[in-house]
Ligand binder design. Structure first.
Ligand code: AMP
Ligand code: MG
Length: 343
């Protein structure tokens, strides 16, 4: 159960000749009469599951129940959750599911050279991102907190996890929604649904094709304008996950501080990217990598894609106004602005 996401990117990113008609997800104008949508709040965000076909309503409700279960398991703020209790005690015997997700996170940490690291918990707490009581930590405080960051300090003995140092903690916020989208898709499949759109606070999992057999049209938000699109990507059976500094931030003395931290500096990552979108079959991997590549910045993110292009594709929006699209999805991508294809 160690590898949750490994798999090749299938060639199911389809180029549609029916773009103008295939606006199911974007405009919610589904033609199939049996569309059912459940909308609910979990993992600190609005979630929406739209299903089609015979068992659509019961399936969507089962997917909702699964996401709610995972919120209660993985939340850093719920005193009943496994992660909360682990962080409070500094050690725990993990459930098999949590252990598998932690190992998936550790794999991404290793792949990304530490750009992604779930041990940012003490930093997130000090910045006030859990409580909403925001603060900019001073240099000395940051230095002390950084000593508690680093997945290499986690000690595993089978499924027992010990933190190497008191004060450490883990935060699965960068991967939990992606994992939940994978599980929700599995629950839909178990309930006989083969066309669905799962949107967990912008973490998209497109299940199958649209009910008419066309690719889903997924809009990627313009990071500078919540009303505008950076582009549209056509996908089938694929996760599309975006990370951006605009999602959660506060301002102090005219400076904006966002929620994606560079585990090396303890500061919000500021390497020239406004958003990173990952397209690949696994929501877990897409979620982890969107955070990782955002932290890396353009040059390292592109080098990383070149080294792992069999696993995923990406859309990067830079702070100097460029949109970069990796070659595997270039033909499935469209935008009103220009874009550069990365080969
Ligand atoms: P996402 O929106 O998927 O990019 O995840 C951002 C969330 O992941 C933050 O709100 C934190 O909970 C957590 N986080 C922040 N920085 C990192 C990082 N460098 N590696 C892993 N998790 C992080
Ligand atoms: Mg993420």
């Amino acid at each position: 159960m160690r590898r949750l996401f490994i798999g090749r990117r299938p060639s199911s990113v389809i180029i549609s000749l029916f773009v103008s008609a295939a606006c199911l997800f974007l405009c919610g104008c589904a033609g199939a009469g049996s569309a059912q949508t459940v909308e609910f709040f979990a993992m600190d965000t609005v979630m929406r599951v739209t299903t089609y076909g015979k068992n659509a309503r019961a399936a969507a409700q089962a997917a909702q129940a699964e996401v709610t279960r995972l919120d209660a398991l993985l939340s850093v703020e719920d005193p009943q959750s496994e992660i909360y209790r682990l962080n409070a005690a500094g050690q725990a015997e993990l459930s098999g599911e949590t252990a598998a997700l932690l190992h998936a996170a550790l794999d991404i940490t290793e792949m990304s050279g530490g750009a992604f690291d779930i041990t940012v918990y003490p930093l997130m707490k000090a910045w006030g991102f859990f409580s909403g009581d925001y603060a900019v930590p001073g240099e000395d405080e940051l230095r002390e907190l950084l000593a508690l960051v680093g997945s290499d300090k986690l000690i595993f003995e089978g499924e027992r996890l010990n933190f190497g140092l008191p004060g450490m903690g883990i935060d699965l916020g960068a991967i939990a929604k992606g994992y939940a989208s994978d599980r929700a898709a599995e629950v839909l499949a178990e309930n006989g649904v083969s066309h669905a759109m799962i949107s967990l606070g912008g973490n998209i999992k497109a299940v199958g094709t649209s009910p008419e057999g066309r690719p889903w049209r997924i809009a990627i938000r313009d990071p500078l304008d919540a009303e505008a699109f950076a582009g549209i990507v056509l996908v089938s059976d694929m996760a599309v996950v975006t990370s951006g500094g605009y999602e959660r931030y506060f301002e102090r003395n005219g400076t904006r501080y966002h929620h994606i931290l560079d585990p090396e500096s303890g500061m919000p990552a500021q390497k020239g990217l406004l958003s990173v979108t990952i397209v690949c079959p696994s929501g877990t991997l897409a979620d982890g990598l969107s955070t990782a590549l955002f932290v890396m910045g353009e040059a390292d993110a592109l080098a990383f894609w070149h080294a792992h292009k069999e696993l995923f594709d990406a859309v990067l929006v830079t702070d100097d106004g460029r949109t970069l699209v990796t070659s595997g999805i270039a033909e499935a991508f469209s935008t009103e602005h220009g874009f550069e294809v990365v080969r």
